[in-house]
Ligand binder design. Structure first.
Ligand code: SF4
Ligand code: SF4
Length: 120
């Protein structure tokens, strides 16, 4: 039988300090905005602080979902583990090639522009 609060062992530690991306990762986090409660539990766990709130105008609801600044993400999966183990299950980790193809966004070795370069 699972001891009370055992599931908390699955939760990563908060980052000791905020770092930044140094090269293009192999996987990237994508929030399912229709599934995200906007609880923001994942936000402080990101070691590069690249999770932000979707602008309120997009959905016009009191608590908007969060989004990833894709080109700043280092693909560590911590946010997805936090979301799955603490709250919901709204973050997918996608291979970068799949992400770039599906979302028509080019990621780079740099962290700018924050959301990547739109592909035509
Ligand atoms: S923890 Fe999950 S549900 Fe909460 S804001 Fe982050 S992605 Fe959304
Ligand atoms: S995978 Fe999640 S926690 Fe890790 S850098 Fe990307 S957005 Fe931040």
């Amino acid at each position: 039988m699972t001891a009370p609060y055992d599931h908390y062992r699955m939760i990563p530690s908060l980052p000791a300090k905020i770092t930044e991306k140094r090269k293009k990762p192999k996987i990237v986090a994508v929030v399912d905005e229709d599934n995200c409660t906007g609880c923001q539990a994942c936000v402080p766990f990101c070691p590069v602080d690249c999770i932000s709130t979707v602008p309120k105008e997009k959905y016009n609801i009191p608590i908007p979902p969060v989004q990833i600044r894709f080109n700043e993400c280092i693909g560590c999966s911590i946010c997805a583990r936090v979301c799955t183990n603490m709250t919901w299950d709204a973050i997918d980790m996608l291979p970068v090639a799949q992400f770039e193809s599906e979302y028509k966004i080019q990621l780079t070795d740099e962290k700018s522009p924050p959301y990547g370069i739109p592909k035509s």
